[in-house]
Write a protein that binds this ligand. Structure first.
Ligand code: F6P
Length: 484
């Protein structure tokens, strides 16, 4: 194991995430440049990165050579390169066709492919090597998400002097499901290389603690894991840190004159309906889009929503090379056509389906144009769309139907909570959310807005980094303070 002197870099804070927070822009002269892609995670981490001399290690989203260190929009970045085979095996295969369905309660059947596992290890090693080479002595390294679960231990093996945090953005499944993974021991061992492991919900942290006992043979006490029996004991803490959104920024966007005007225009374009229902999701089988569509179709058949009702369903393209996602797209589009075929009148379809990605301003206008937001995942680590909706509703109007299987359900008590598998229950909640009195709707929205304003993404990042700072590293060489 090497110390801080031979492998250390210059950065006091290193973020390691599958994706870089930038989009590639093709220039008119044939060259390319990078534009920062706005998002909550970057917004929360940018000030920390500036203060602590930070760098973000990530992947551009396509096959290509290592980009190395570069700067975009004032952010210091390091682009890891992946071959086409690694993109197929790591990203499309092991991340999106093995771990994603496994960690989302096997809603789709996970594929266990040994070559994909090899690519997963290879890519994790690449990220770990980059991070270990960039971190200054005693630096803090924050690794993100299921794509990089082996990275904490791989860094630890190269750098005993750094503090390592890991945050899992998606659920961590119960052991009975996790145990299906042929490489469960290696994954738990990879994560246990961190000093602090953050999860969305207490249940996720609890599931991980159990997995560390069963798959790794660790001892646990409360939220602390002792991974190494008999050797120098390095404790690891596993706890919940529910992520959030940049509430103030979202509200500011929604308050822009053009955005409120666009919200009115959207309602006009929809034919000035009495009731606008809205769904905004990545086109993913975890989001419960079909369950929502079917419930809506039945409500229309039963005439329970009134004739002047529309559903706007934005389903942004996602992971289109993965088979399960292609199949889902077909099924969603057939369902939308069926509902429109059965219920449309000329010029006024009851479902407006948009397989597109929109800028933040258009999303804010859609949120403001809605009467009822439908968020019905079958399983979701947090679901930031529900929090974005609440943060954008500065007018305190609008109601939210929210699946109890989302992390957000723990916090948004003003929502109409539903089990999306219970079609009658879901239909009842939609009708209630659409017909509730104005004062009651406002009371509910206000309570949710208070929560989202206080517990925003900056609060999440600060809380995690403070806990990482306080995590006992159990290594005398370690101990640089995490940036605040
Ligand atoms: O929620 C997990 C996550 O990987 C996010 O980090 C990301 O924004 C989203 O899913 C989309 O994932 P992908 O990187 O596959 O487009």
């Amino acid at each position: 194991m090497s110390g801080p002197d031979d492998r250390a870099g210059d950065y006091g804070f290193v973020v390691v995430a599958s994706r870089l927070p930038v989009d590639r822009v093709e220039e008119a002269d044939g060259g390319t440049s990078w534009r920062p892609s706005p998002g909550g995670l970057v917004a929360a981490l940018e000030p920390v990165m500036r203060k602590a001399d930070g760098v973000w290690v990530g992947w551009t989203g396509g096959a290509g050579p290592e980009l190395g260190a570069f700067e975009a929009g004032g952010l210091q970045l390091f682009g890891v390169g992946l071959s086409a085979e690694q993109v197929r095996g790591h990203y499309e295969g092991f991340c999106n066709a093995t771990l994603w369905p496994l960690y989302h309660d096997v809603i789709a059947q996970p594929v266990f492919d040994r070559d994909w596992w090899d690519r997963y290890q290879e890519v994790n090693r690449r990220f770990a090597r980059a991070a270990a080479g960039l971190a200054a002595p005693g630096a803090t390294i924050w690794v993100h998400d299921y794509q990089l679960q082996l990275v904490p231990r791989m860094i630890r093996e190269q750098r005993s002097d750094v503090r390592i945090g890991f945050f899992n953005h998606i659920p961590f499944p119960c052991y009975e499901i996790f145990a299906q993974l042929p490489w469960r021991r290696q994954v738990v061992g990879g994560l246990l290389g961190a000093d602090l492991l953050g999860f969305q919900r207490r249940n996720d942290a609890g599931n991980f603690l159990r997995a560390s006992r069963r798959a790794w043979g660790a001892l646990t006490r409360g939220s602390t894991v002792r991974p190494e029996r008999g050797r120098q004991v390095r404790p690891v803490r596993a706890a919940a840190f529910p992520i959030s959104v940049d509430s103030a920024a979202l509200e500011q966007i929604a308050r822009q004159q053009e955005v409120t005007a666009r919200a009115r225009e959207i309602r006009d374009l929809l034919g000035d309906p009495d009731l606008v229902l809205l769904g905004i999701d990545r086109l993913d089988y975890t989001k419960g889009i079909l369950h929502r569509l079917n419930a809506y179709g039945e409500l229309l058949s039963e005439g329970r929503l009134g004739p002047r009702t529309v559903l706007v369903q934005v389903a942004s393209p996602s992971r289109e090379r993965v088979e399960a996602y292609r199949a889902l797209r077909d099924e969603v589009e057939v369902t939308v056509s069926r509902i429109n075929g059965e219920h449309a009148e000329l010029g006024s379809p009851p479902v407006h389906y948009l397989h597109q990605t929109y800028p933040r301003e258009e999303m804010a206008a859609l949120y403001l144009a809605a009467d009822v937001m439908l968020v019905t995942p079958l399983r979701d680590g947090m679901n930031l769309v529900s929090k974005e909706y609440v943060a954008s509703r500065y007018d305190e109007n609008g109601t939210l139907v929210l699946s109890e299987f989302t992390g957000a359900a723990d916090e948004l008590g003003g929502a109409f909570l539903v089990n999306p598998y219970d079609t009658e229950g879901l239909k009842g909640a939609i009708v209630r959310a659409a017909t509730i009195g104005r004062a009651e709707a406002r009371r509910r929205m206000r309570a949710m807005r208070r929560r989202v304003a206080e517990y925003d993404v900056a609060h999440w990042a600060a809380t995690f980094l403070e806990a990482l700072n306080q995590a006992p590293t159990g290594d005398s060489a370690s101990g640089g303070a995490a940036p605040g």
